[in-house]
Design a protein. Structure first.
Lengths: 309, 369
């Protein structure tokens, strides 16, 4: 019972980065921009959060600066895909490589690598935190409690606001949106930048709130897993949250099993998230008949007004 | 002042710079000397930006040319190092190019390299086959292992349409962890207890051939000629060109699209597997933890910069190898982290990819009527 309590309590730590990154990606991809750069923006966010924490020591400030840093990096991506109409897969890949190189370089030049930081600890949500078994679920850092509200805000924006409707229109059919007077390029640009901010927050969560230090390449493919999660969730925020929780449950189980004395070959255990992602991708692809229309109609297509289609 | 391309005469009255209006037009085509000029400008721009970053990181501006060009190309020992580094680089570049020609994003080059190297090393660790044939066997096993590791994502993509970008990347992490499992477990070097495999026997190392890297470079050049023949002269190459242009149209005119994609992907995996063999047997002489770092990424960039052309890929691969060697000396002499090499590659590719916009579009001034 004790073990299950610990397991449940550690789920959010694994799930929240996936959830936030997937949400940011959904925001970008609903506007029709395929964002493969997530892994890179996550690294930038992770590095910036540690740097800001070393400089100012205030968790909230560091998180905001991490989001701004990831957004700043995404401006380069936005220029490439929105203004220069570059192939979005190439642009996304090169963005990942660019951010990997840049974050690793800055981390060692500025001396932020392997520097432990202290950040905002867990907060108990009394009286829920006194519940048996699930009580630990309510002793978390504030970002965890904030995450459902961030999701709510994005869903309300996408589904209930005029700007959200226009953003989705741009992602579904940019030609029609343009004809209706919606500034396609502006919407796409802002969707990339806003989405990257959330991805950066996910990275900051990993470095600042989970591991509490920076190591080059520390996100270890979580950005790619988030990309897969978005496909799994068929571009729906709530399904993405559920998927992130599923991944969180699986990843959180591993240290608990080890603690319970189950002998597992370490490196096979480390493969789990990647194997699960692959399995999920296959499962989604096999059941493609349902919800195949959920993908934004113009995802991955640069919008070229001068081209008649 | 006359616009040379369109022949539109300039307006007589001078307009202030900021009140001029421009529109964007799709360019139907651009003559190849102009295209080459745009490309060259983009590469120069990328190198200038990279140079500026290096200077900011503490390399004296005057030394850059010395470090990068003179010390690497005109020094016999460094040139040797470039060729040494170049052989596996050519292999991954070719591997990426052949897969991209089939519209398949093979981002699993590193995983396929790892399996190629594991396969080759297994023969050494378990002492399989007579010493005289050992090297040949290692080559063959590496090829097959790389091919098999690329088979799963290829089948998933062709059978169920699973996104190969995610699938191949995930399999890289799986392969990397399996490599660590071996090196920290069964294959740990008993002589030193370090997490790398025991050193290869002399007959398991690639022999010298007109210099230390001759054999590896020979294999890479043969691979280049093979790929060149395949894509330019063979029937499969013609089919691949159809597939690259448009898979549905290719299918409609009777090209066996699925089979062509499968062949291209497996060939790509095999080439990457051999690249893994070249690094372990040619350079390191044992299986190490991080021998594959940076190759997957470089392979993709090489193929992109070379527009998937095998001979161009070989040239670009040697340039990237030069960058790697120069990066190592910068690391030693100026304590610049090796990730700088990755950043420079990314910057050059961003500039080249951006320059495509100017090849495909033109800005035209709208004249006041």
């Amino acid at each position: 019972m004790e073990l299950i309590g610990h397991w449940i309590g550690s789920i959010p730590d694994f799930a929240v980065p996936y959830a936030l990154a997937a949400l940011g990606l959904i925001l970008t991809e609903r506007a029709g921009v395929l964002s493969l750069g997530a892994e890179g923006f996550m690294l930038i966010g992770a590095l910036a959060a540690i740097g800001a924490q070393l400089a100012f020591g205030a968790t909230a400030v560091s998180l905001v600066l991490a989001m701004l840093a990831a957004s700043a990096a995404s401006v380069l991506f936005a220029i490439m895909v929105v203004w220069l109409r570059m192939h979005q897969v190439i642009a996304g890949l090169v963005m990942v490589f660019f951010c990997q190189g840049l974050s690793s370089l800055l981390g060692s030049v500025l001396g932020w690598t392997n520097m432990p930081v202290t950040s905002q600890g867990a907060v108990a949500l009394w009286p829920l935190s006194e519940l048996p078994v699930v009580g630990r679920l309510f002793v978390q850092n504030p970002v965890v409690f904030l995450t459902p509200f961030i999701f709510l805000a994005v869903v309300v924006f996408l589904q209930r606001s005029g700007a959200g409707l226009k953003l989705r229109a741009v992602g579904e059919n940019p030609q029609a949106a343009d004809a209706a007077g919606i500034p396609v390029e502006t919407y796409r640009f802002l969707a990339v930048v806003a989405g990257a901010a959330l991805v950066g927050l996910a990275g900051a969560y990993i470095s600042l709130l989970s591991t509490k230090l920076w190591i080059a390449g520390m996100t270890g493919g979580r950005g790619w897993i988030a990309v897969a999660l978005v496909i799994f969730a068929r571009w729906s925020p709530w399904k993405a949250l559920a998927g992130a929780l599923l991944f969180g449950c699986i990843e959180a189980l591993i240290p608990q099993l080890a603690a319970a004395g189950v002998k597992l070959p370490q490196y096979f255990v480390l493969m789990t998230p990647y194997v699960v992602t692959l399995g999920v991708m296959v499962w989604v692809a096999m059941g493609r008949q349902r919800g195949a229309d959920a993908q934004p109609g113009a995802l991955g297509e640069p919008y070229v007004r001068e081209e008649r289609r | 002042m006359t616009d040379a391309v369109s022949g539109v005469p300039a307006p007589r009255r001078f307009e202030p710079l900021f009140s001029r209006r421009y529109t964007l037009e799709i360019r139907q085509q651009m003559a190849w000397p102009q295209q080459a000029a745009v490309l060259a400008l983009a590469v120069v721009a990328g190198l200038l930006i990279s140079g500026a970053i290096l200077v900011a990181a503490g390399v004296p501006a005057g030394e850059l040319f010395q470090e990068f060009v003179v010390a690497t190309v005109f020094d016999a020992q460094s040139l040797q190092a470039v060729l040494f580094q170049g052989a596996p680089m050519i292999m991954v570049g070719l591997a990426a190019a052949i897969a991209f020609r089939a519209r398949y994003w093979n981002l699993g080059l590193e995983g396929q390299m790892i399996w190629g190297a594991i396969g080759a090393t297994a023969l050494s660790v378990y002492d399989v086959g007579p010493p005289g044939l050992r090297l040949l066997l290692m080559f063959g096993v590496a090829l097959v292992c790389g091919l098999l590791w690329s088979l799963l994502p290829a089948l998933l993509r062709l059978r169920w349409g699973v996104n190969e970008i995610i699938a191949t990347l995930m399999l890289n992490y799986v392969a990397g962890n399996f490599l660590l499992h071996l090196l920290y477990g069964a294959w740990k070097d008993p002589a030193s207890a370090f997490p790398h495999s025991p050193a290869f026997q002399p007959f398991e190392r690639l022999p010298e051939l007109l210099g230390p890297s001759g054999a590896a470079l020979g294999i890479a050049l043969v691979a280049m000629l093979g790929v060149w023949w395949l894509v330019n002269l063979s029937r499969a190459g013609l089919y691949l060109r159809f597939v690259q242009a448009s898979p549905p149209v290719a299918h409609a005119v009777g090209v066996p699209v699925t089979r062509m994609v499968l062949v291209a992907v497996l060939l790509s995996g095999a080439l990457a597997g051999v690249a893994g063999f070249l690094v372990t047997s040619g350079q390191e002489g044992r299986l190490t933890q991080a021998f594959y770092h940076g190759y997957g990424f470089s392979g993709i960039l090489i193929a992109f910069l070379a527009r998937n052309h095998p001979i161009a890929a070989t040239v670009v691969a040697l340039l990237i190898a030069t960058l790697f060697v120069a990066g190592r000396s910068l690391q030693v002499f100026y304590q610049i982290p090796f990730s700088m090499v990755q950043l420079i590659q990314a910057i050059v590719v961003i500039c080249v990819a951006s320059s495509d916009f100017f090849i495909r579009h033109r800005l035209r001034r709208v004249l006041p009527s």
